[in-house]
Design a protein around this ligand. Structure first.
Ligand code: NAD
Length: 292
C-alpha cells in the first residue's frame, strides 16, 4: 500500500525554517508584509484568505486583508494596487480569485508589480514559466514540486501526466515538471479516453475538481499520485479527485486530501512573501538581475 506524502508535516518543517529567516530579516529592521485583497462575498474565498492570514501570523509575516464590495470598479482596484506597489512595508500583493465578472482581471493582475506578485499570476511570471525566468512561481504547483523534492522522487526522464489544464494549477504544473526534465502529457475535459494517458504515468498529478475521477485501474502500479483536487461533498466532507482507498493499493506514494497539497499552497505563499522581502533588502539576488 502507498506511502502517504504528508503536506502538513512538510509545511510544518518549512515554516519552522521560515521563522528563522524572518528573525534574520528582523535584525535589519524588516518585517515581511503581505496585502490580501478580497473582492465580493464568495464564502470559499473568505475561508482561503482567513487561512493565509493565519499562516502569515504563525511565521511572523505582517499581513492584512482589504475587503471590497463586489461592485468595485476595475479603476478603483487598479488605483489601490498602484498604492500598494509603492508601499515600502508591503512585499507581497495577493488578489484572491475569482473576481466578479465585470472586473478586468487581466488588467488588474498585470498592474501588480512583478516584484510583489507572490501568487505568480502576472503575465511576466506566467511567461517566465516558459522561458525559465520566473520571479515567483504560482503557489499550488510550486508546493507540489516541493512535495516531490522532499520525498526524493526523481522527475527527470519520468512520464508525468497532469490532469487539468487551468492557468493557476494544471498549465504551470506541466511547465514546471517539464523544466525539471519530465515528459509531460496534459489532459483536460476534452481529452478522449483519459485512462489511456493516466495509466502511463510514473507521476500522476490530478487537478480537475471532479471527485472520484481517478479510479485504481487508471493508475500504473508503483506510480506516485498527487491529488490537488479539493471538493466538498453533499455531506460536508472534503475529498480530492482520486479514489484514495482504491488507488492507495496500487500507487507507491500518494497525497491525502485534506493534508496533502492544500497546506503546501499556503506555505509557498509564505515562502514567496519572505523571498520577496529578502530580495528587496539584498539578502538574496533578484532573479531578473541574474537573468539580465
Ligand atoms: P478549473 O476548474 O479552473 O480547471 C479544471 C481543469 O480540469 C480544466 O482544465 C478542465 O478541463 C479539467 N477537467 C475537468 N473535468 C475533467 C475531466 N472529467 N477529465 C479531465 N479533465 C477535466 O480548476 P482549478 O482551479 O485548476 O482547480 C482544480 C482543482 O484543484 C479544484 O478541485 C480546486 O478546488 C483544486 N485546487 C486546489 C488547490 C490546493 O491548494 N490544493 C489550489 C487550487 C485549486
Amino acid at each position: 500500500t502507498a506511502r502517504l506524502i504528508d503536506g502538513r508535516m512538510l509545511s510544518h518543517r518549512l515554516r519552522a525554517n521560515m521563522a528563522r529567516r524572518i528573525a534574520v530579516l528582523a535584525e535589519t529592521g524588516v518585517t515581511p508584509g503581505l496585502a490580501v485583497l478580497l473582492v465580493g462575498e464568495d464564502p470559499a474565498s473568505a475561508v482561503y484568505v482567513g487561512r493565509k492570514i493565519k499562516a502569515c501570523a504563525s511565521v511572523g509575516i505582517r499581513s492584512h486583508t482589504e475587503r471590497y464590495p463586489a461592485t468595485i470598479t476595475t479603476e478603483a482596484l487598479l488605483a489601490r494596487i498602484t498604492e500598494l506597489n509603492a508601499a515600502e512595508h508591503i512585499h507581497g500583493i495577493l488578489l484572491q480569485l475569482p473576481l466578479p465578472a465585470h472586473v478586468d482581471m487581466a488588467r488588474v493582475l498585470e498592474t501588480i508589480a512583478v516584484a510583489k506578485d507572490v501568487d505568480g499570476f502576472h503575465l511576466y511570471n506566467v511567461g517566465g514559466l516558459v522561458t525559465g525566468h520566473t520571479v515567483f512561481s504560482p503557489c499550488t504547483p510550486y508546493g507540489v514540486m516541493k512535495l516531490l523534492e522532499s520525498e526524493a522522487i526523481p522527475i527527470a526522464g519520468q512520464n508525468v501526466v497532469v490532469v487539468g489544464a487551468s492557468n493557476i494549477v494544471g498549465k504551470p504544473m506541466a511547465l514546471m515538471l517539464m523544466a525539471a526534465g519530465a515528459t509531460v502529457s496534459i489532459c483536460h475535459a476534452g481529452t478522449r479516453d483519459l485512462a489511456q494517458y493516466t495509466i502511463m504515468a510514473d507521476i500522476l498529478v490530478v487537478a480537475a475538481g471532479v471527485p472520484g475521477l481517478i479510479l485504481p485501474q487508471m493508475v500504473k502500479r508503483g506510480a506516485v499520485v498527487i491529488d490537488v483536487g479539493i471538493n466538498r461533498l453533499a455531506d460536508g466532507r472534503i475529498t480530492g479527485d482520486v479514489d484514495f482507498a482504491g488507488v492507495s493499493a496500487r500507487a507507491s506514494a500518494i497525497t491525502p486530501v485534506p493534508g496533502g497539497v492544500g497546506p503546501m499552497t499556503v506555505t509557498m505563499l509564505l515562502e514567496n512573501t519572505i523571498m520577496s522581502a529578502e530580495r528587496r533588502h539584498g539578502l538574496i539576488p533578484d532573479p531578473r538581475c541574474i537573468a539580465a
